[in-house]
Design a protein around this ligand. Structure first.
Ligand SMILES: *[C@@H]1O[C@H](CO)[C@@H](O)[C@H](O)[C@H]1NC(C)=O
Ligand SMILES: *[C@@H]1O[C@H](CO)[C@@H](O)[C@H](O)[C@H]1NC(C)=O
Ligand SMILES: *[C@@H]1O[C@H](CO)[C@@H](O)[C@H](O)[C@H]1NC(C)=O
Ligand SMILES: *[C@@H]1O[C@H](CO)[C@@H](O)[C@H](O)[C@H]1NC(C)=O
Ligand SMILES: *[C@@H]1O[C@H](CO)[C@@H](O)[C@H](O)[C@H]1NC(C)=O
Ligand SMILES: *[C@@H]1O[C@H](CO)[C@@H](O)[C@H](O)[C@H]1NC(C)=O
Ligand SMILES: *[C@@H]1O[C@H](CO)[C@@H](O)[C@H](O)[C@H]1NC(C)=O
Ligand SMILES: *[C@@H]1O[C@H](CO)[C@@H](O)[C@H](O)[C@H]1NC(C)=O
Ligand SMILES: *[C@@H]1O[C@H](CO)[C@@H](O)[C@H](O)[C@H]1NC(C)=O
Ligand SMILES: *[C@@H]1O[C@H](CO)[C@@H](O)[C@H](O)[C@H]1NC(C)=O
Length: 838
């Protein structure tokens, strides 16, 4: 499945990012737009094969039909993907033709990536006057890019990368007023880059990389206020980089350029100072060019710059002092230049610097010891310079260092031992007076350095003695631990003998009937108290306390451990933060209510333990498959999650939440994909509910104010501070969106939250692109379900709480979208024991 990779590389170029700006600006405007599109978007933009009945009446216009026929004729289709383009045009707009979407009988999307198509694109494509998106990337299409594309007034996205287009880029493309993305990368285009491309005032992503474009970089592009990504790397561009970045007549614009790649060209001249005006710039690469001169100090103004790569040029001078102001810098690569001055001593101010590569320059002087203060450094390469003096001892502070190289300098003295131990000789060779980094380069033992000389003179006898001593200490510790456990066991069994309560026997493992209350109590040593709720787990307080435990996570309420009991069974134990829990009495009455909640989609509380010093442990079923968040986001492309599974999880979460709301009168308050766990059969189990009841009122104000994970919190919570059913529905909606898109609400979508991001794409009629690509493979059969679930989820995240449905309605609609027969029954869950009986 080599082509999965391609799917992923192609994915990030789609124009998701731009739209959030619109919505961030005016909340009210966004609200009305939101409502409008909710009612309209179905009609405008999502005509899938499955919805064809509704569209039988719409016949493609004559002009568009002819254009499509000519388009097909121009192409070579060895795999027969276009076989469905066969009738008189009647079907073209009703979903019968692959890769086509229409509105009112006009083609708005023409999308045929990865289809092995060859041939050429006809100029007749200009007849598709309503065309918004042309996506033919990853084919073998050649010939030239049709000039006629420039006459399409609605064109927004053009993705023709990874093809064999030749000839030059038609200047007419600059006449498309709405063009946002133009990606012609990895073709065989020649000629110059037309100045006119910057005439498209909406253009924010321009990728012309990996072609053979020549000439210089057009001035107009440096002045575009809309461009965010400009990728011109791997071409034959020459001349100097224009020094007109950010110069515009319209002063109210700010420069959005975030990404500038000009590497692997033949650019010469100096680094323009005006680059310092690109206040949003995060990444810049000018590597592998012929750039000379010094680095302008204006670059120090790029406070968002994360990656700077000027390697393989002829830059001289030193690092400007202003570089100490590049506070976001993560990677600084200046390999193979002519930098000749000393290393700037204020680099230590760069608190996030991870990569510092100054290899193969002419840098002289000493290595500043403050570099040892950049604790974030992982890669440090100073090799092939003219550095002298010692390697600063402060370098032993660089704990994260995974790659280090000072070879071929004029360094002297001993290598700090921690470095010598971690890195082999290849990191140090070529410094004649450097010593102590390998067996063949011993340092002359200076009389002053006592610890060293003593270390050198250790005899075999000494070593044996030291080893024996260490062994003895270890043995002592082990004996101590064993004794401890033994004593505990004794006291425990004594306590049992003494009290001999029925409950204690039950707790010991014979499947004794639980007490009337469904609870089984057992005393532990030192007056600790373990209370069991019904369920298959039987263990004593001591079993629990002696269990091996590893930390799984921390939350506002406390720390969660995975505990393995003596008999090998596993439980999840949550240790509550003592200071914020209620007093024992209140706590016990609340926790026993929580312990009675049983539902196949809610994580069961099996027991609690009150320690003698007020420690409070909650014992839950352990879910080996972890959370929905890891299930969804921490997996490789080789483990896809199909739609039925996702739907089953969605329904499970909804059922669990419904039970909480309507049967238990509990508001969750912090529903996220991390709080939804999965059992062996990927049944969803909501966790972390009702815990606020165990906390003091004062704690709750703080917890609710801070707990709701960002991205899942309903907007009104910032004012309200109190969760309710509608804020839970909002979180549910976000989690459903997460399952549909495969995107985590935690990951930044250029500042937009997941709901707004999805909504904006849907509104811009790119609906298909919100879905996880894995799901799109089955789109022809499940398109309706995806779409309706998306619609429902967007309904749940409506900015206005009153517009959101209740959980019951959500569940009802889900049942309509995918009736139960089609889903595996969630009730046949792997959750063994009597607990699942409702
Ligand atoms: C057109 O193609 C579709 C899909 O391949 C096929 O089902 C249909 O029978 C074809 N119609 C004709 C008239 O060939
Ligand atoms: C681009 O705009 C400039 C003026 O802003 C105009 O002179 C030029 O003709 C335009 N080019 C195209 C191809 O529209
Ligand atoms: C530009 O295209 C290249 C090659 O297709 C790709 O690797 C790169 O990610 C693209 N860059 C942007 C900013 O779109
Ligand atoms: C581009 O540069 C490469 C490498 O120097 C060269 O082989 C190729 O002929 C050039 N192409 C054009 C169109 O100038
Ligand atoms: C760093 O930025 C501050 C504030 O913008 C400025 O005052 C200072 O001069 C800058 N430092 C250098 C070395 O350029
Ligand atoms: C440094 O990185 C951390 C996390 O990677 C980030 O939160 C922080 O904002 C960064 N600091 C600066 C100054 O960019
Ligand atoms: C660098 O770190 C050392 C301790 O490792 C500290 O004493 C010193 O003040 C730090 N220097 C700067 C400039 O932060
Ligand atoms: C190397 O460093 C020593 C001092 O450690 C100095 O005397 C010598 O001139 C340097 N050699 C070169 C070639 O720079
Ligand atoms: C030294 O370490 C480097 C990188 O860690 C490794 O590539 C290289 O093979 C090692 N050389 C020897 C001789 O062990
Ligand atoms: C260190 O740099 C030298 C020359 O720059 C290189 O030959 C060597 O492989 C590098 N060693 C490591 C461990 O990176």
């Amino acid at each position: 499945m080599g082509h999965l990779n391609q799917i992923f590389t192609g994915f990030n170029r789609y124009p998701f990012e731009i739209f959030h700006c619109i919505f961030n600006k005016k909340k009210e405007k966004w609200k009305s737009v939101f409502h409008l599109f909710l009612s309209l978007y179905l009609i405008i933009c999502f005509i899938e094969p499955v919805s064809s009945q509704t569209w039988d009446g719409v016949i493609v216009t004559q002009a568009d039909f002819q254009a499509l026929q000519a388009f097909k004729q121009g192409l070579i289709d060895p795999k027969g993907f276009l076989r469905s383009w066969n009738d008189s045009g009647y079907e073209a707009c009703s979903g019968g033709w692959i890769g086509i979407k229409c509105a009112q009988g006009q083609v708005i999307v023409l999308q045929l990536p990865w289809k092995d198509l060859g041939g050429q694109i006809t100029e007749k494509i200009g007849q598709l006057q309503a065309l918004r998106k042309l996506s033919l990337h990853d084919n073998h299409i050649g010939g030239s890019i049709p000039q006629a594309l420039g006459f399409l007034p609605n064109l927004r996205g053009v993705q023709l990368f990874n093809n064999r287009f030749s000839g030059s880029i038609p200047p007419s493309l600059g006449s498309c007023p709405l063009l946002q993305t133009l990606d012609l990368s990895h073709n065989s285009l020649t000629g110059t880059i037309p100045e006119s491309l910057a005439n498209s005032t909406k253009l924010y992503r321009l990728n012309l990389s990996l072609n053979s474009l020549s000439g210089s970089i057009p001035l107009s592009l440096t002045r575009s206020p809309s461009l965010m990504f400009l990728a011109l790397q791997y071409n034959n561009l020459s001349g100097s980089v224009p020094d007109s970045w950010g110069n515009t007549h319209k002063s109210d614009f700010f420069f959005k350029l975030q990404y500038l790649a000009l590497d692997h060209n033949f650019l010469s001249g100096r680094i323009p100072a005006s680059l310092g005006k690109l206040s949003e710039l995060q990444e810049i690469s000018l590597s592998h060019n012929k750039i000379s001169g010094v680095m302008p100090s204006d670059l120090g103004r790029l406070s968002r710059l994360r990656i700077l790569d000027f390697s393989y040029n002829a830059i001289n001078g030193s690092l400007p002092a202003s570089f100490s102001n590049l506070s976001s810098l993560v990677s600084l690569t200046l390999e193979s230049n002519n930098l000749d001055d000393q290393i700037l001593d204020s680099l230590y101010k760069l608190h996030n610097l991870s990569v510092l590569n100054l290899k193969r320059n002419q840098i002289s002087g000493h290595i500043p010891s403050t570099i040892g203060n950049i604790s974030t450094l992982t890669i440090l390469d100073l090799s092939q310079n003219k550095l002298s003096g010692e390697i600063p001892a402060s370098f032993s502070n660089l704990k994260s260092l995974s790659s280090f190289n000072v070879s071929y300098n004029n360094l002297s003295g001993p290598v700090p031992t921690s470095l010598a131990r971690k890195f082999n000789a290849s990191s140090f060779v070529g410094n004649i007076q450097l010593c102590g980094y390998s067996g063949s380069t011993p340092c002359p033992s200076p009389p002053a350095e006592k610890p060293k000389s003593r270390g050198r003179k250790l005899s075999t006898k000494d070593i044996i003695l030291i080893g024996a001593g260490a062994l003895l200490i270890v043995l002592l510790i082990i004996v101590c631990i064993l004794m401890c456990c033994l004593i505990r066991k004794r006291t425990a069994s004594k306590a049992e003998d003494g009290q001999a309560t029925a409950s204690a026997t039950a707790a010991r493992g014979e499947k004794g009937a639980p007490s009337a209350a469904g609870e089984v109590e057992a005393g532990g040593e030192n007056g600790g108290k373990l209370v069991h709720f019904d369920g298959p787990l039987m263990f004593t307080a001591d079993d629990l306390l002696c269990a091996t435990a590893e930390i799984m996570g921390k939350s506002t309420y406390g720390t969660v451990y995975k505990a393995t009991l003596e008999d090998g069974s596993q439980v999840a134990v949550k240790r509550l933060r003592e200071k914020i829990t209620k007093g024992q009495r209140e706590f016990e009455s609340e926790v026993s209510l929580l312990g009675k909640i049983r539902h196949p989609n809610l994580l069961a509380l099996r027991a609690y333990y009150l320690g003698p010093k007020g420690e409070k442990l909650l014992v839950f079923d352990y879910m080996p498959h972890g959370s929905l968040a890891t299930f969804l986001h921490a997996r490789g492309p080789e483990t896809p999650i199909d739609w039925p599974t996702r739907m089953k999880i969605i329904k499970g979460m909804t059922r669990g939440l419904l039970h909480l709301h309507s049967n238990e009168n509990i508001i969750h308050g912090n529903l996220t994909s991390s709080n939804v766990l999965l059992d062996d059969n990927t049944n969803a189990k909501i966790s972390d509910f009702g815990l606020s009841r165990l906390m003091t009122a004062a704690a709750n104000v703080n917890v609710i104010a801070t707990a709701g994970a960002l991205g899942y919190r309903a907007p009104e919570l910032s004012k309200l501070k109190k969760a309710n059913t509608k804020t839970d529905v909002y979180s549910l909606g976000v989690t459903i969106l997460e399952l549909l898109t495969g995107k985590s609400p935690g990951e930044p979508l250029n500042g937009a939250e997941l709901p707004q991001w999805v909504a904006s794409i849907v509104k811009e009629e790119w609906t298909n692109e919100v879905f996880d690509l894995e799901l799109m493979r089955d789109a022809p059969t499940i398109g309706d379900e995806l779409l309706n679930t998306l619609k429902l989820a967007l309904h749940c995240v409506d900015p206005s709480p009153s517009a959101r449905p209740e959980v019951l309605q959500v569940l009802q609609q889900l049942e309509e979208i995918r009736p139960e027969a089609a889903t595996t029954a969630a009730t046949s869950s792997g959750d063994a024991g009597p607990s699942t009986s409702e």
